[in-house]
Write a protein of this length. Structure first.
Length: 451
């Protein structure tokens, strides 16, 4: 700990340059998500549940493209360490193709089967109708979102973190203003309720896409390739990238499907249960923004050191990031638990939902340090080091062999209330932390993918 605090100032400076814009972006995102949830909450608990469930489908898409672009980002970070712009542009081209294909598939499914998708999570007919209305509109944004995500991840991996922050911030502020107009019919706009929230989100995501593309090509940075530069890759290059992406993709898919499974379980407990989880998760995400920023910085900085062949420096960076995460995790846990009552009191929901939301937040605070360690270890250090297969195994085994079975037992056999089911799921985080610690201590996690 003392050694970490005496680290070279250049380490802190680079962490700040990479992490701060990501932290600001995520803070704005989480803050406005709270505002959005409160706005929709004014319509009722069914509306909160409907939008929350519809967003679980988008969450699956988000997890899938996150896996794709995180895998590509590992290569971009290491090629950036080698200053290889040619191959960075090829990777952006591969990402564009993936974004259009995956985003298009999710859009088509949502347009054809919106009621069936919502019905997986909840049997309430009102919730299904509201959720299907929302999903049918918002799914039109998926291709734009995926392309913007591709350029956003690539920008971060070349240490250009400001533009994704600006694009996302403008889009999210636009989303909130349009929500105020379309949900409630303010400023002579039609009162559209849940449909209004979906229209606002669609417009905001298109704006984010346009800002990202225009900026990259206006500034002519290393991501701004022409058609030939983006798509002139050969099969051997794609194969090498793909075999690294697959474990990352499976990692994100395992985690994402597991998270969706948790929400299916919470939704089957009842509408109030899923509403409580949605509120608690939204508030928790507000406090986690710093950790996601540090995790992204770890991926970029560790990956660049590995790409340069500086393995000892990569190991030192990995340890430093984990210590930094532990310190920040303690601060977050205390802040979250102390402010839970105040933030939840703002929501216009029943006392039962408020109580359960508060208890879920207290559980989250207790496990926060362990959760933070896992995020930085897996998303930042292990991935940055290229150790994608082991990180996938750790994520998949702990969630599906420990977390999900415990949740099923707690909800449907023991018939526990939602906050206790949520508490049981934390055993997944504890076992994951042990596995991450052993892997990092072995020093077998450094894999140079671009040498």
């Amino acid at each position: 700990m003392i050694r970490f605090l005496k680290m070279d100032k250049s380490f802190y400076k680079k962490v700040g340059i990479i992490a701060l814009p990501i932290v600001i972006q995520n803070f704005i995102t989480s803050s406005l998500n709270i505002v959005d949830t409160m706005m929709i909450g004014k319509l009722g608990e069914n509306e909160i549940a409907a939008v929350g469930i519809a967003n679980q489908y988008f969450f699956l898409l988000n997890i899938l493209i996150m896996g794709l672009f995180s895998g590509i980002g590992i290569f971009i970070s290491q090629y950036f360490g080698k200053k290889d712009e040619k191959n960075i542009r090829k990777l952006v081209g591969i990402g564009l193709i993936a974004a259009i294909v995956v985003g298009g598939i999710f859009t088509i499914i949502a347009q054809v089967f919106p009621e069936k998708i919502i019905g997986i999570f909840n049997e309430d007919l009102k919730v299904i109708k509201l959720g299907a209305d929302y999903l049918g509109i918002v799914s039109l944004s998926y291709i734009f979102t995926a392309i913007a995500f591709n350029y956003g991840v690539a920008s971060r991996c070349i240490e250009k973190t400001t533009i994704p922050m600006v694009a996302s911030s403008i889009a999210l502020i636009t989303n909130t203003v349009l929500n105020y107009c379309f949900i409630f019919g303010n400023f002579n706009m039609p009162r559209l309720g849940v449909k209004g929230a979906a229209i606002a989100t669609l417009i905001a995501r298109i704006i984010e896409f346009l800002i990202m593309i225009l900026y990259v090509y206006y500034k002519k940075n290393m991501l701004a390739g022409n058609f030939k530069e983006l798509f002139s890759f050969d099969f051997s290059f794609v194969k090498r990238v793909w075999f690294t992406i697959i474990p990352v993709l499976l990692n994100e898919a395992c985690w994402g499907l597991g998270s969706v499974m948790y929400n299916i379980i919470y939704g089957r407990i009842g509408t109030q249960a899923i509403a409580s989880v949605q509120i608690a998760t939204t508030i928790n995400n507000l406090f986690m923004v710093v950790i996601f920023g540090i995790g992204n910085a770890a991926l970029v900085m560790v990956g660049a050191k590995v790409g340069k062949g500086e393995n000892d420096e990569a190991k030192k960076y990995g340890k430093n990031f984990l210590v930094l995460g532990t310190i920040v995790g303690i601060i977050i846990a205390i802040s979250l638990s102390l402010s839970a009552n105040l933030i939840i009191s703002i929501y216009d929901v029943s006392e039962q939902v408020k109580l359960w939301s508060k208890l879920i937040i207290y559980v989250t605070s207790l496990i926060m340090i362990v959760r933070v360690y896992n995020i930085i270890a897996i998303v930042g250090v292990l991935r940055g080091g290229g150790d994608v297969k082991v990180s996938f195994m750790i994520e998949g085994i702990t969630m599906w062999c420990i977390g999900v079975p415990i949740a099923l037992i707690g909800a449907f056999i023991l018939k526990l209330p939602v906050y206790l089911v949520y508490a049981l799921c934390t055993f997944e985080e504890l076992t994951k932390a042990v596995a991450c610690f052993k892997r990092l201590r072995s020093n077998k996690w450094i894999k140079n993918l671009v040498s």
